[in-house]
Design a protein around this ligand. Structure first.
Ligand SMILES: C[S@@+](CC[C@H](N)C(=O)[O-])C[C@H]1O[C@@H](n2cnc3c(N)ncnc32)[C@H](O)[C@@H]1O
Length: 511
């Protein structure tokens, strides 16, 4: 009997919705338990075919609903929301339902004899072990089991939050599914795991670093290329001694395996350092990127705000032959990954590409003016207020920009420290002389959101200003098992609906 049937939680919806999961999504689900009965069991209702079937559902906080994974209830709300705003063709892509998570940050607690590696129980700091997590890529679960063995055999003490003692605090597991020596159909299943051990010490010279090296060697010996099952891509250490809730410290060390971690999404090879933001659902992100590309005109100039390692901007540079791409990101650690990715773009890409270490909320207009398309992909809390303000007042920018032929970030006698810092940490790739109309205002705003509530607020604010209207919206099942969806919304400048109505009236008069 599937474990979900033992659950005391009611199904999240009593209505049975037809399962629209693509065959690819369903194929990856573990086969149902074999039966000794000669007669075939009745076909399960769709809610069960698309159910989580995870033994940790009751205790783990990672998933919040276990039925109808293909269609979180929030999709109905999103469909209605967009309809009231004039977009009646909102689409929702089901994506992969199980084993979708290629990036996980897990707490390590308990004892060396009995380690707990997993997520906190809802509302507590008690860690729940999740060895059979159904959301994880299977090789994350396998690497977690290997780590568990290593901790026990080498007597590595997990972190004790109350005392501030112990060695291993967290582990980040990131899977690369890009291995060109395998046929494409086998790459996902054979993903390799980059393991980052978050170690409770200042640096690699601290007294407990021998244990760190021993643990890294254990993982490499038993999961590296010379082991029976090659599972581990590389091992990294991050050093963190702070008592707050921030997982990573500032110091990273590459210990074993390949230094560079490559993935292939949005038509390009991307490098991702463990310190840089990476999307957890690689395959769903690829589907979203391919849709996004269709909304960017060929040859456009693009500003990619909240850019991380610049994956979106660089994918657009390559696939839409953009005139220029400007990526703005607050995390300095993403710069190196951006440079590596930009270096591997096809040689025919002839855009002016730059990455800026900057806070997008400071003088946001200066990043927008001169671009045809703005892409924003903020964290869950949504856009910074100053950015919403700037987008709302975009029309009034024209004459301000006219007073200077250069963007504020280019001014020669600049004294503002954050702009000077941003300049120092910036990277320019390709020619800077590409002709960009420095006074042009963006015509398209593409908003990618992982926070539905904040998106709704930002969306209402943008539309209320009448500076933008909503043209299209798509949803993606980035986090099956939860009520979160990823949204791709396309806004166009001005009041499209009103214009159309006026146009309609004129036509009628002529008739
Ligand atoms: C959801 S991630 C998106 C990253 C990237 N677009 C991608 O898909 O890989 C949000 C990014 O915004 C960055 N960020 C957060 N606040 C920021 C700010 N005020 N200015 C610039 N970047 C910011 C974070 O460091 C993170 O890399």
């Amino acid at each position: 009997m599937p474990l979900c049937l033992l659950s005391t939680r009611p199904p999240s919806s009593l209505t049975l919705i037809t399962c629209h999961a693509s065959p690819g999504a369903l194929r990856t689900h573990p086969s149902p338990p074999s039966t000794t009965s000669l007669s075939l069991p009745p076909t399960p209702p769709p809610s069960l075919t698309c159910a989580l079937h995870c033994p940790h559902f009751q205790s783990c906080s990672g998933c919040t609903h276990e039925f109808n994974l293909h269609r979180p209830i929030i999709v109905d709300e999103a469909t209605d929301f967009f309809k009231t705003l004039g977009v009646s063709d909102f689409t929702f892509d089901t994506c992969r339902l199980w084993e979708w998570r290629c990036r996980a940050k897990l707490a390590v607690r308990g004892s060396a004899e009995s380690p707990l590696i997993g997520l906190y129980q809802e509302g507590t700091h008690n860690v729940v072990d999740i060895p059979q997590c159904k959301a994880h890529h299977p090789n994350i679960n396998a690497a977690v089991e290997l780590l568990r063995r290593g901790i026990t055999e080498l007597n590595v003490e997990p972190y004790d939050e109350d005392q501030g003692t112990g060695d291993l605090r967290y582990v980040q597991m990131a899977v690369t599914t890009y291995n060109t020596s395998l046929p494409a159909s086998e790459r996902y299943r054979n993903g390799k795991v980059q393991v980052s051990l978050v170690w409770n010490s200042r640096n690699e010279n601290s007294p407990n670093s021998e244990k760190l090296n021993a643990l890294a060697n254990f993982l490499w010996r038993n999961g590296g290329p010379k082991s029976n099952v090659h599972l581990i891509h590389s091992v990294w250490a991050n050093f963190q001694t702070s008592t707050n809730n921030i997982i990573f410290g500032n110091r990273w060390r590459h210990l074993l395996g390949e230094r560079d971690f490559w993935e292939h999404v949005g038509g390009i090879d991307i490098a991702l350092a463990p310190s840089s933001f990476g999307q957890a659902n690689t395959r769903a992100f690829d589907i979203l990127l391919r849709k996004l590309q269709k909304y960017v005109p060929f040859g456009a100039s693009v500003a990619d705000l909240y850019a991380g390692a610049g994956v979106i901007g660089l994918s657009l540079a390559a696939t839409r032959k953009c005139r220029s791409v400007k990526c703005i990101e607050i995390n300095k650690e993403s710069k190196l990954s951006f440079e590596k990715t930009a270096d591997r773009l096809p040689k025919i890409v002839d855009s002016s590409i730059s990455w800026h270490h900057a806070d997008a909320s400071k003088e946001p207009l200066s990043w927008m003016v001169g671009s045809d398309v703005i892409v924003v992909d903020p964290p869950r809390k949504g856009l910074d207020t100053s950015l919403v303000d700037a987008l709302q007042n975009i029309k009034s920018v024209k004459h301000k920009a006219k007073s200077s032929s250069e963007s504020p970030h280019e001014v020669k006698d600049e004294k503002r420290p954050w702009i000077l810092r941003a300049r120092e940490d910036s990277v320019q790739i390709g020619s800077k002389t590409t002709s960009v109309d420095s006074q042009a205002l963006p015509e398209t705003l593409i908003y990618i959101s992982c926070g539905w509530d904040s998106f709704k607020e930002d969306c209402k604010l943008l539309l209320s200003s009448k500076a933008w209207h909503l043209e299209k919206a798509h949803g993606y099942n980035f986090f099956p098992g939860t009520q979160s969806i990823e949204v791709l919304a396309v806004f166009k400048r001005g009041q499209g609906g009103l214009k159309k109505k006026k146009l309609g009236k004129k036509k009628k008069k002529r008739l």
